[in-house]
Every structure is written in C-alpha cells, then in structure tokens.
Design a protein. Structure first.
Length: 288
C-alpha cells in the first residue's frame, strides 16, 4: 500500500512539473509575441493609381498601436518609429486605433503622449492616419488636435494626395462611421485613386470596382491565435474572410495587418506585431 502511495505521489509530482514547464514555455512565448520587435512583411501590389512604368511607391502600413500600459508605453512606440524610419518608406499609413482605453490598462496616456512619438516618422511623401473605434471611444477630438499640432493628416471619409498617390481614408466602420461614397467623391476631386485606408477591413466587401488596394488593421490577426493557425475570434462581420495578411479577391488586394499593440488584454500569443511594407507599382490596364 505504501509503495502504491509513493508511486502515485511521484506521478502527481511529475505531472505538476510538466504542467509548470508547459505554463512557463507558454508564458515565455506570450512575452516574446507581445513585446518583440514588429515583424516586417514585404509585398508588391500593382494598381491603376500609378501609371505603368512609374517609380514604385513604398507604403509602410501599421495599425492598432494601442498606446497604453503595460505593453505599449510611448517609449516603446518611439523604438518602433525608429524601426519604421530605417525601412525608408515613401508613405506611412496608420490604420487607426492609436490608443487603448481598456480597463485592464495599467496606465492611460494623454493625447499628447500618444501622438508625439509619431511626429518622428520620416517618410519621403508623408504620413496619413484614419480613425479607429478605440480612438472614438477614448477622445477623437483631442487626438485629432494633437495630430494637427504635429502636422500629421487625419483623413476620415475624405482623401489626400501624397506624391502621385491619392489615398481615400475611411472613418471607422466598426462604430458605423464610414462613408464610402463620400470618400470616393473626395478621391475623384483629387484626380482619382485606387487605394483605400480603413481601420476595419470590412468595407473592402462594399468597395466598388476600381479600388485595387485596401489597407486595414483591426483584427489583430486574432491577437491570441491557435499554434496551428487561425484564431477563435476575427473581429469582422465576415468571419475569417479578412482575418489576417494579404487577401487577393479578383483584381483587388486587401492587406490586413496584425497591428502593434493589444486590445482587451495586454497579451499576444501566436501572433506578432507587424509592419507591412507594400511596394505599390503601376499597371497598364485602365481603372474601371
């Protein structure tokens, strides 16, 4: 009987040791995924926004910065800005959610602290920002005032020309503020364009022909994903259609970045912060 008890005790201790080891490995993985340097993905997209043979334009897409403690203090954003500058993009496109106002945050920063690091971005043609749902929930007018102070254009259901590109920027679709027709009118006034910047990727489903490229974020690629791929949640009305990465649908390309920070919980697991470096090239066929 005593031998049986000792064997059961050793088995229990062994099981607990294995569980502790697995928990430690999982914790280390989550720490690395949450706080590691953003992974840089490179891709190329041909668009009628540029004439054939024109010099390619490199766009650095970031989203979901979610400045908040503990995982995204302004000092960490400053380091990421330096990483982006080292990539030497022509344009930096920020697809919303500059801030996180989550209840689990250890520190909520001021609008100035949130925006100031972005002033150090040095793209050749400029930076453009669209609003995200967390920006509206936090204080969009205050964030807009700081973006204006630092000379960073905020485009919401409007458009901007940066060099040869006209980019339409949508207001946040998650909070039902987007207006695609109004944005298209603004793009046409600037000479037309084939690129939409949106916080949520969902407007891509309603974008008309002639929009060759949609840049977005919001999904976080699930933020906490399965190790074999996919995630329990996609934060999209279209399920996993626009879950993550590059999606080619006919003549249109949708690029959905995983973002930089976190939402709800300050943890990533099996997803990493991302910067997408998109080389926009011209194509010969006319835009519809």
């Amino acid at each position: 009987m005593k031998a049986d008890i000792n064997r059961a005790s050793r088995k229990a201790r062994w099981s607990l040791a294995v569980i502790a080891l697995l928990a430690s490995m999982l914790g280390a993985k989550a720490w690395s995924d949450t706080l590691g340097d953003p992974v840089v993905h490179r891709t190329s997209v041909a668009t009628a926004a540029l004439p054939a043979g024109a010099r390619p334009i490199t766009v650095a897409l970031i989203s979901d910065i979610h400045v908040a403690g503990p995982d995204m203090p302004p000092a960490r954003l400053e380091e990421i800005v330096a990483q982006i500058n080292a990539l030497d993009p022509d344009i930096v496109a920020i697809a919303g959610d500059l801030v996180s106002e989550r209840r689990t945050a250890t520190h909520i920063y001021t609008p100035e602290e949130i925006v100031a690091p972005l002033a150090a971005l040095t793209p050749r043609l400029g930076t453009v920002v669209v609003p995200g749902n967390h920006d509206h929930w936090y204080d969009m007018p205050a964030l807009a005032a700081q973006l204006e102070r630092y000379g960073i254009p905020l485009v919401a259901n409007s458009a901007i020309r940066l060099g040869p590109l006209v980019i339409g920027g949508l207001d946040d679709a998650y909070t039902r503020r987007e207006d695609i027709p109004e944005t298209l009118v603004a793009m046409d006034k600037l000479g037309g364009g084939a690129i939409l910047l949106s916080h949520s990727p969902d407007p891509a489903a309603d974008a008309p022909e002639g929009i060759d490229l949609v840049l977005a974020g919001h999904t976080h690629c699930g933020q906490i994903a399965y190790p074999w791929g996919g995630a329990p949640a996609h934060f999209s009305d279209y399920g996993d259609r626009y879950a993550c990465g590059r999606i080619d649908e006919g003549k249109r390309t949708v690029i959905v970045g995983a973002g930089l920070g976190t939402s709800l919980m300050p943890v990533r697991l099996f997803t990493k912060p991302e910067i997408w470096l998109v080389e926009v090239t011209g194509k010969s066929e006319p835009r519809d």
